[in-house]
Design a protein around this ligand. Structure first.
Ligand code: PMP
Ligand code: GLU
Length: 402
């Protein structure tokens, strides 16, 4: 009999991390794997941020920080929210954590009682579902397909709200679809939330800087709901700092305090060196961040152009992040003769085995028709990967009906 708790036994492994581990294994066996599974910038952390970390070490920063983060950093975050997003969070309303992943877990645990409903815009990032499950909440998925550019409408939101709804959770730019909500679209969603006083909005803005439509919009800017919005952000994506582990929230004071209490019992917060470097990262020098965004845009266009030439794949135009989310349902019910593709899980495993390209199944993100390609890789790698995908898909023929 297993010794592991039911809570953990019933929890799914992160599909993104699982696929990354699987492709690492194949690589270690000597296979020529192209891993487009993990959402991780392939750039170096900007030089001035690395220098700030080195200076922090040399200056002898080696102690625990306050659980919610260094005051100086929280003031820098408060300024950043004001400067970039028009949001008013004082430094007491900021909590710095070990990545946006922990920030989200803190908030979900701070707000969700067993049985409370969390409405999530679907497709959604894998860990939302697991975190809601751990808090014993109920995930209510609002499905928006490729025909809607993967964006939920105010009507959909309104019709999903019940007296058990506690949180509305979404990401923009979205992982896994790259969808970006415009100011008008967010305002319309805010107007729905405004009618329901007990609902909080959890806005995951970690891809803020990877936006191709000229400007990021935050739902917390709207007066009618601003006291109920928790804004999540972090350094991983816009500053190529996934391994440094720093995320943060701006939140109503009571929620921020609860998150600090949670964190005080779980991690005590993130590394002091990372926090010192973050003060520099969140300053005014965003030049490298903007250069990375330009590179992502070029790669998006490259990948879209190449995918558009593959018969059977349906692709929309993502407006941010570094993912494309093609609909591959035309390949369900096909076979190579040896391998049959019944669903998108079969398809992603087939691509990994047949052409050694690792992508992530859409079923992990709440959409069983699509798969996610992360295009955070060099242009020539992307060209080779999409060519391999094309050749593998071309081997799939409809299974004759018996
Ligand atoms: N939110 C989204 C939408 C993400 O894609 C990620 C990816 N890592 C995270 C949160 C967590 O980021 P991190 O913990 O690296 O800050
Ligand atoms: N957020 C990234 C992704 O979706 C990193 C992996 C993870 O943290 O799950 O691939």
């Amino acid at each position: 009999m297993t010794k592991i708790s039911d809570r953990l036994n019933n929890l799914a492994e992160s599909a993104t991390l699982k696929m990354a581990a699987l492709s690492r294994e194949l690589k270690n066996e000597g296979k020529d794997v192209i891993a487009l599974s993990l959402g991780e910038p392939d750039f170096e952390t900007p030089y001035h941020i690395r220098e700030a970390a080195k200076a922090a070490i040399d200056a002898g920063h080696n102690k625990y920080t306050p659980v919610n983060g260094l005051v100086e950093l929280r003031k820098a975050i408060s300024n950043k929210f004001k400067r970039d997003n028009g949001l008013d969070y004082s430094h007491e309303q900021i909590v710095v954590s070990t990545g946006a992943k922990q920030s989200l877990a803190n908030v979900i645990n701070a707000l969700v009682n067993p049985g409370d409903e969390v409405i999530v815009a679907s497709p959604f990032w894998v860990s939302y579902a697991a975190q809601v499950q751990l808090a014993e909440g109920k995930l209510v998925e609002l499905h928006a397909g490729i025909d809607k550019d993967f964006k939920v409408t105010p009507e959909m939101l309104e019709s999903a709200i019940t007296d058990k709804t506690k949180v509305f959770l979404y990401s923009s730019p979205c992982n896994p679809t790259g969808a970006v909500y415009s100011k008008d679209e967010l305002e319309a969603l805010a107007n729905v939330i405004a009618k329901h006083e007990r609902i909080f909005v959890l806005a995951d803005e970690i891809y803020e800087h990877i936006n191709f439509i000229g400007g990021h919009e935050s739902i917390g800017q709207f007066e009618n709901i601003k006291d109920r919005v928790i804004t999540v952000n972090g350094l991983s994506k816009g500053f190529a700092m996934t391994g440094w582990r720093l995320g943060y929230i701006g939140a109503p004071l009571e929620v921020a305090k609860a998150c600090t209490k949670m964190q005080g019992q779980i991690t005590s917060g993130t590394s002091v060196i990372t926090q010192m470097a973050a003060i520099t990262a969140l300053g005014d020098n965003l030049e490298r961040t903007f250069q990375m965004r330009e590179a992502f845009l070029r790669r998006r266009n490259l990948v879209l152009d190449l995918l558009g030439k593959i018969p059977g794949l349906k692709v929309n135009v993502p407006e941010g992040a570094f993912y494309v989310f093609p609909d591959a349902s035309a390949f369900f019910g096909t076979s190579t003769g040896d391998t049959t593709i019944n669903n998108v899980d079969d398809l992603t495993m087939y691509l990994l085995q047949d052409c050694h390209v690792a992508v992530v199944t859409g079923s992990a993100f709440g959409n069983p028709n699509c798969f996610r390609i992360s295009y955070a890789a060099a242009d020539e790698v992307l060209v080779e990967a999409v060519d391999r995908i094309k050749q593998s898909l071309a081997k799939l023929q409809p299974v004759p009906v018996a």
